[in-house]
Design a protein around this ligand. Structure first.
Ligand code: AMP
Ligand code: ZN
Length: 117
């Protein structure tokens, strides 16, 4: 069920516009509004799930779909030589939007190191 003040629920249900790339029974994919790389795709569940920390075994088919769809789209969008997949989770993970989403980042150039020390 949609959470009314959740921006990604609203994108999933179509009441807020987004650069949608793909949609099926479980997931929606769209361009990140502030891309951190030439290709920056977000893949989200249609149903509200607040974060990766709140999934259970019943979410396993959904989690597989999120990764498989994002990988296919990243390649279609030009990430032919690899990409980075990120799931920020909770306060420590600096999650900003509390609706589960998987980032797919890439482009023609090699990405910077994953974490700065
Ligand atoms: P995170 O820190 O993993 O929670 O990242 C949230 C991401 O959502 C950020 O990269 C934002 O740029 C992105 N974002 C926030 N609002 C929108 C929106 N309306 N459409 C597309 N991407 C968004
Ligand atoms: Zn939501």
């Amino acid at each position: 069920m949609a959470v009314t003040d959740c921006i990604f629920c609203r994108i999933a249900e179509g009441t807020i516009p987004a650069g949608k790339l793909y949609e099926d029974d479980l997931v929606v994919a769209f361009h990140d509004i502030h891309p951190a790389a030439p290709v920056h795709i977000l893949v989200i569940p249609k149903a509200h799930v607040s974060s990766l920390a709140s999934v259970d075994s019943g979410h396993e088919p959904l989690l597989g779909r999120l990764l498989a769809v994002g990988a296919r789209l990243a390649k279609e969008q030009g990430c032919s030589d690899g990409f980075r997949t990120i799931v920020n989770t909770g306060r420590v993970g600096r999650q900003e939007v509390y609706h589960l989403h998987v980032h797919f980042l890439g482009g023609p150039e090699v990405l910077p190191p994953m974490l700065k020390h």
